[in-house]
Design a protein around this ligand. Sequence first.
Ligand code: GP9
Ligand code: MN
Length: 430
Amino acid sequence: NSSDLASVQNYLKKNRISPNIQYSGVAKGKNVFVIHLESLQQFMIDYKVNGQEIMPNIDKLYHENDTLSFDNFYNQVGQGKTADAELMLENSLFGLPEGAAMITDGTTNTFQAAPAILDQKGYTTASFHGDVPSFWNRDNAYKSWGYDYFFSKDYYKNADKAKYNVGYGMKDKIFLRDSAQYIQQLPQPFYAKLITVTNHYPYILDSKNKSIDAFDTGDSTVDPYAQTAHYLDQSVGEFMSYLKKTGLDKNSMIVMYGDHYGISNNHKPAIAKLLGKKKVTNYDLANFQKVPFMIHMPGLKGGINHTYGGEIDVLPTILNLLGVKNQDTIQFGQDLLAPNRNQTVAFRNGDFVSPTYTKYGGDVYDSQTGKELKHLSAKQKVAVDNLQNHVTTELSASDKVVNGDLLRFYQPKGFKKVIKSDFNYKESVG
Ligand code: GP9
Ligand code: MN
């Protein structure tokens, strides 16, 4: 109800910061590509297997002068995995403690999502994914988010060919190549999200496409991750050359992110081997939740940024770059480039990381040294309690918004309510 809305607004008001004005509008009017890198983790950046670089294309982008890269960026998903990542990236709302909000609330709730915001600034918006449209209830949630187009499995002639399918849709190279025909038809400026899938557990790939060794941890569920990640990297490389060939690279901003871990915490001995450690602690596992996040654009003042942040922070960051005013929206993240941001990163279960303390699996660590703090001093206890309090309050305020469908009571200035029935993704655009 409206008193819940008032308490949420009150919380957001207290936590609101100004974005980094040096970056405000530097990408104004540019096309935006959001490339969802399935299950890609940060430790894979610059990683080698038997002397061979696994992701030369992504690594190159990561280190380029006109790429903003983040090395303390965490996935914050819960059970909704990909769906939670999509929800956070495009709404700056957290997924729910259980289930996937895209399924439970995606059809009926009111949203003020990136596609709708940008559509109202003259953008054409489209999501691309080779799986069936109903997966994660995308076909309904995307209407609520204001996507003009959703190019799902039905739009890809190669989707059902056995040699191209790896479960959850086509192999990434085919998917990205066959998306080009639609990208080319989108009126500019456009916002296009491309969701890859080949680097998804159980990391299946035909032997013809395996052009690098698997890991050698002895854990057969983990080892082929190197090969599908390598394939994903090649797909990204091919897509980048396509952008160059068409000249789209010059007037586009490219955002890339890993959605969540590929290697779960059930594989500790393998994780220890990959990290070159005898044993992994909960601190190592917290670090292992880092995923790549990069923003690339010709002329962008880039570099590797060490701020602690996560998926919840992407939307305010992007809107600032695009020069879209974002002061009265209900969003829980903060611009990743803002100097005075709160760097406490909430995990969905209430654990957290921050530049000072990390709490993971119930254990508390000094974030700088990685040392476990078994007995907190009075001062440390106050600091940790403050962080915990911030995280719990933030998560429960976001849950109030989603569970109570509170955005239906609220409209940011200048924002027009999305009319879901305006969209029909079944129509052929050919
Ligand atoms: C399915 C794909 C996978 O369409 O996006 O979702 P995930 O299993 O990673 O949540
Ligand atoms: Mn996923």
